[in-house]
Design a protein around this ligand. Structure first.
Ligand code: ST9
Ligand code: FAD
Length: 666
């Protein structure tokens, strides 16, 4: 049996709550924990077959080839689960999320987009007949697809996409073209060499008229030979900061013909004679993006829990300097600055998880309403998904980077798995809608809401705008979570109202609406972020309160501390905003800081227990620093010895370059 590092064991011995109770709460119940573990067991049992060479030493091509091999094993499980009746639409997110979060797809998977976007796009935008035609084969991976929207020239401005799909009524086909270099599709995951189909987003032309962007199913490679089909130019876009196994690709289309029935026609249709039938709302075509923005929040929770586990366990094992002379060297977790770096990551994992579930429920409820023809809550869902995707990815990227820095030099090693994790989360700040652009979408919704706050029925997430405006901040500031939430609501309300009034002043002084919007846009982004912080804080607070009386007192206490930590951390981060909007005295400020310090002290004995409760197996954590046994130094050395440079005692460059150089001959 492997010996557990003594410091780590001591941490576990002093944990005040039942770790299994928290794990079960995180999973959503004992049955869910069991199902997760069962899935992980299957995954791990298949891992034996995988290459032993650490991924970081492989070339770009080898990384791809390895990823295909591993992904096939991994996603073969979806097929197996499907055959065994273990997958359904309701647990699809859990299953795919577990697979993508697993060790074998450490730097992304070239098959990921098939599950994350190709199938959801057909589900979301395809008619019932199209779903019946395409999904059964896609579900068992007989065909593999990607989602090709972004072009070399445009990612954000999708109305400006240049790819065209022109309807030919004589053959009842669409003819697809990428007429310029900038219209080449660029970025789609798996498109380079993996998929044989993809959803292509293109400007629809019929009867000489352009009807804006629509989605089309296009076959790009032969199902047997995998050769690109005539008129298709396809390839890999090259090496990136991260996600190097994903095989992001480019695609050029030259008069590629597809049957009429391959335009996704749930919302809008082209009839046989070329007549265009409009969708109830053109933005329904953007549904696949909304879905992915929602699941990205879950994905952030996966990465953040991994980073926090690695950094907290390492901080319990690592000793550096003497806090007091004569005592043993200090566990770095004992330094308050270290707790300040790390505990927020633990709290945020819970805050984002609870918020992700809330968003998921809203997404499902609104999707059901859309199915019944009710589009009322679509703008709210869009605004919510945009800001939560933006804030969760930006925050996670910054927390993960803190975790990496908190591990000092060893955090810089690939074998810690923190650099790769950072590469994955920072990508999410850009894909599926660049974060600033998404916050401006939320701002657009907030501005409209504010301008009509007295006349429209406010949707649940913005009711606070009216109530805080009416109530103001009555009463004295007190250091409580409730007061911080109220303070944040006032900050958001004031930022929105100020942005609107600044814009209105500019418009009244003769500026165009567009210029006024642009000049005010830094404030607008701030307002959208502030709104999002209200949502996360309130959802976290409500979520923990809701389950509180089902929990043991010890767990209730520690979760309450995490809610406090999260609130007070963000209050301190945003103290400038609070001071501008709410009256906080100097002594309030002092006690806010003392409160924060107290929570860091209170949480200290439970830090390792809290990350253990995330229950991430070593095979999935893949970190020399974060393994359960805490054998940090042994693992660092074992991994270093796997460096290909260590395979031979003398590298040939010594004789070729170094020696002649040292002898003055070069
Ligand atoms: C499957 C299980 C998974 C399990 C979990 C596993 C975890 C997976 C994690 C994910 C890994 C992901 C891998 C990577 C994937 C990356 C894929 C991509 O990037 S793909 C590429 C992603 N690319 C991008 O994301 C591109 C980003 N760009 C865009 O989305 C758009 O260009 C835009 C939204 C910015 C503007 O659009 P534009 O048409 O110019 O609109 P205007 O501004 O003129 O506003 C007009 C009105 O429309 C309204 N409205 C707008 N949108 C929506 C909506 N969706 N709805 C409703 N309404 C919407 C708007 O509010 C406004 O309303 P109003 O005020 O008039 O009332
Ligand atoms: C790892 C990764 C995977 C991806 N996978 C896919 C995929 O599978 N399929 C796919 O189709 N696409 C994919 N993408 C593309 C991705 O969706 C786009 O990169 C993203 O939407 C941003 O668009 P852009 O690159 O055009 O950025 P740009 O819009 O050019 O952004 C550059 C800067 O301009 C600013 N900006 C742009 N417009 C505005 C505005 N209106 N107001 C204010 N500021 C603005 C932005 O804030 C940003 O600072 C992927 C991208 C990455 C990085």
């Amino acid at each position: 049996m492997v010996k557990i590092n003594e410091d780590l064991q001591r941490e576990r011995d002093k944990c005040s709550f039942n770790i299994t109770e928290l794990t079960t709460l995180i999973d959503g119940g004992p049955d869910k924990t069991e199902a997760r573990k069962e899935r992980e067991n299957i995954l791990i049992s298949r891992n034996d077959d995988l290459s032993a060479i650490p991924e970081e030493y492989l070339s770009h091509k080898e990384k791809y080839e390895n990823a295909v091999k591993n992904s096939v094993i991994l996603f073969g499980l979806v097929r197996k689960m499907q055959e065994d009746g273990k997958t359904s639409v309701s647990n699809y997110r859990d299953v795919v999320s577990a697979l993508l979060g697993s060790s074998t797809t450490r730097d992304g998977s070239p098959l990921g987009l098939h599950y994350i976007m190709f199938m959801p796009a057909i589900l979301n935008q395809g008619s019932e007949e199209q779903q019946a035609q395409w999904l059964p084969r896609a579900w068992v991976s007989n065909i593999i697809g990607s989602y090709a929207q972004t072009e070399l020239g445009h990612g954000t401005f999708i109305r400006g996409l240049e790819t065209t799909a022109t309807y030919d009524p004589y053959t009842q086909e669409f003819v697809l073209n990428t007429p310029t270099l900038t219209s080449y599709k660029w970025w789609p995951g798996g498109l380079g060499h993996t998929v044989n189909y993809c959803i292509v987003v293109a400007q629809l032309y019929t009867k000489g008229q352009c009807h804006g962007i629509h989605s089309f199913i296009v076959q790009v490679r032969d199902e047997e030979t995998h050769e690109p089909l005539p008129g298709i130019k396809v390839g890999d876009i090259g090496a990136k900061l991260g996600l190097n196994a994903v095989n992001n690709g480019f695609l050029g289309l030259d008069n590629v013909r597809i049957p009429r029935t391959q335009m996704l026609m749930k919302h809008a249709q082209v009839l046989e004679n070329g007549t265009y039938v409009k969708s109830k709302n053109s933005k329904l075509n953007y549904g696949a993006m909304v879905f992915v923005r929602v699941v990205i929040v879950f994905d952030m929770v996966n990465y953040l829990s991994k980073a926090a586990t690695i950094a907290v366990r390492y901080s319990a094992v690592r000793r550096q300097c003497h806090m007091k002379e004569g005592e043993p060297e200090t566990q770095i977790l004992d330094y308050m600055t270290q707790r300040h770096k790390l505990f927020i990551a633990i709290a945020a994992t819970h805050a984002l998880r609870i918020t992700a579930y809330q968003l998921w429920d809203t997404f499902n409820a609104v999707t059901e309403e859309l199915g019944g023809g009710n589009l009322d809550r679509l703008p709210e869902l869009h605004a919510l998904a945009c800001c939560l995707k933006a804030v969760s990815t930006a925050d996670t990227a910054s927390y993960v980077e803190r975790c990496r820095l908190a591990c000092g030099g060893h955090g810089y090693m690939h074998s810690s798995n923190l650099p790769l994790t950072y590469g994955l989360v920072t990508a999410a700040c850009t894909y599926e809608g660049e974060n600033t652009v998404l916050l401006l979408q939320t701002a657009r919704f907030l501005v409209k809401t504010w301008q009509n706050v007295d006349t429209i029925k406010l949707t649940p997430t913005v009711v606070y705008l009216k109530t805080t405006r009416e109530a103001g901040f009555s009463g004295k500031w007190e250091n409580s979570v409730e007061c911080i939430i109220k303070g944040f609501q006032i900050v958001a309300m004031k930022k929105i109202s100020l942005s609107v009034s600044h814009m209105q002043k500019r418009i009244s002084s003769g500026m165009s609406i567009e210029d006024a919007w642009n000049i005010t846009s830094v404030q607008l982004v701030g307002a959208a972020e502030a709104h999002c912080r209200v949502i996360i804080l309130q959802t976290f607070y409500d979520g923990i309160n809701k389950v509180s009386n089902t929990l043991s007192p010890a767990l209730r206490e520690v979760l309450q501390q995490l809610v406090e930590l999260y609130s007070v951390y963000w209050a301190i981060q945003k103290i400038g905003d609070l001071l501008q909007c709410v009256s906080i005295s100097e002594s309030d400020l002092e006690s806010l800081h003392s409160w924060y310090e107290n929570i860091l002290v209170q949480l200290r004995p439970n830090a390792v227990g809290l990350v253990d409760a995330f229950d991430i197996r070593d095979d999935m954590l893949q970190s020399t620093l974060g393994a359960y046994d805490g054998r940090v130094y042994e693992r660092l050395m074992e991994e270093a010895l796997k460096s290909p440079l260590n395979a031979e005692p003398v590298n040939h460059t010594f004789h070729k370059y170094l020696k002649p150089f040292m002898q003055g001959k070069l």
